[in-house]
Write a protein that binds this ligand. Structure first.
Ligand SMILES: Cc1ncc(C[n+]2csc(CCOP(=O)(O)OP(=O)(O)O)c2C)c(N)n1
Ligand SMILES: [Mg+2]
Length: 358
């Protein structure tokens, strides 16, 4: 739309250094997802949700944010925490739910979050993160600080009431928020065509009085430019935007899903040919800022880094049992103190070294 196109013309393009940085993050994420899915199949973790095929939409959008901005992810954007400097081993510990997990094993696997990088947990309950994100954006606006919120959603979430509530409120009150919809064509086994008959998801923005734009979600430069313009717009007090990133979920919905039961492998093959990582690699090679040697070094480094982090994470014990009682409520109410004292004399298998089983 005209407004965001104008803003976009002022958006600084990604230079070679930034392209290489994003590429390295994308390859690391792909490597991580591959290794973690293998761990799940080996029974070493219980559940995993991968981002495979959606690395450009996920990482290039978050790349448009400043460190003090907040991220409200949907189901596949955990790795924006890594982009923002969160430690890889601690990240993997969350999947194990062990003592190295900042969330103390209380969240579902893959539902990462950390205050240190201004990112809340994945929202498994589809769409609920959107009104919450608008609330945080409104708080920033009322406080007069410059924080922008990026709220992610899948195509499936556009059918939820929360999506419409959030879009309407954000539009009316000009909340400093950017909604990033990852239209990956599927909502588990439901195709986007059964989700909406609108000509796009982006067009829904018009009803709420905000700019909406559909972009090639597998092209980092396009995603970044659109998101950066929307973030700048929000920060300038001009209100919310909706960016629809068209992409594809190459893998299963999660480790609990078998997509061969409901989708045509030819469709998957067609999207594999549009792989965002391969696409960026071709761009960088054409622009002479990437070559075989850099590629080989990066791939080896990512594998080494991910494997080392898995080894470190797997060596952690389960969360100490006294953490059951911490961070539940402020202070220690009498009944929790009583329960903690009651539990203390019991030896639990999780307390012994070498008994970690996931
Ligand atoms: C309110 C609600 N309804 C249904 C579900 C079950 N569910 C989990 S993930 C999912 C699909 C989400 O699809 P989409 O929003 O397109 O995100 P994607 O998985 O494609 O990234 C559904 C229906 C849920 N978690 N919450
Ligand atoms: Mg989807």
């Amino acid at each position: 739309m005209a407004r965001s196109a104008a803003a976009r013309s002022q958006t600084p393009a990604l230079d070679a250094v930034k392209l290489r940085r994003l590429y390295a993050e994308m390859v690391r994420l792909r490597t991580l997802d591959e290794r973690m899915m293998t761990l799940q199949r080996q029974g070493r973790i219980g559940f995993y949700g991968a981002c495979t095929g959606q690395e450009a939409a996920t990482l290039a959008s978050a790349f448009a944010l400043e460190a003090n901005d907040w991220i409200f992810p949907a189901l596949r954007e955990g790795a924006t925490m890594l982009l923002r400097g969160f430690d890889l081993t601690a990240y993997i510990c969350q999947v194990f739910g062990n003592a190295g997990d900042e969330l103390k094993g209380r969240q579902m696997p893959s539902h990462y979050a950390s205050r240190s990088v201004n990112q809340v947990s994945w929202s498994s309950v589809i769409g609920t993160q959107l009104p919450q994100a608008v609330g945080v954006a409104m708080a920033a606006k009322l406080k007069g600080d410059s924080t922008v919120v990026m709220a992610y959603l899948g195509d499936g979430a556009t059918s939820s009431a929360d999506f419409h509530v959030a879009m309407n409120f954000a539009g009316v009150f000009k909340a400093p928020i950017v909604f990033v919809c990852q239209n990956n064509h599927w909502s588990i086994s439901v195709p986007t065509a059964r989700q909406t008959v609108s000509e796009s998801i982006a067009i829904k923005a018009r009803a709420y009085g905000m700019p909406g734009e559909k972009v090639d979600g597998n092209d980092v430069r396009t995603v970044y430019a659109a998101c950066r313009a929307a973030v700048d717009r929000a920060r300038a007090g001009e209100g919310p935007s909706l960016i629809e990133c068209e992409t594809y979920r190459i893998g299963a919905h999660s480790s609990s899903d078998d997509p061969t039961r409901y989708r045509d492998e030819r469709e998957v093959a067609a999207w594999r040919a549009k792989d965002p990582i391969e696409g960026l690699r071709r761009v960088m090679e054409a622009e002479k800022c990437w070559d075989e040697k850099r590629e080989a070094t990066l791939r080896a480094r990512c594998l080494e880094e991910v494997n080392a982090a898995i080894v470190a994470a797997e060596a952690e014990l389960p969360p100490a049992r006294e953490t059951l009682f911490t961070d539940v409520v402020a202070g220690t109410p009498w009944h929790l103190a009583e329960q903690a004292a009651e539990l203390a004399p019991f030896e639990m298998s999780g307390d012994r070294p070498g008994t970690v089983s996931h």
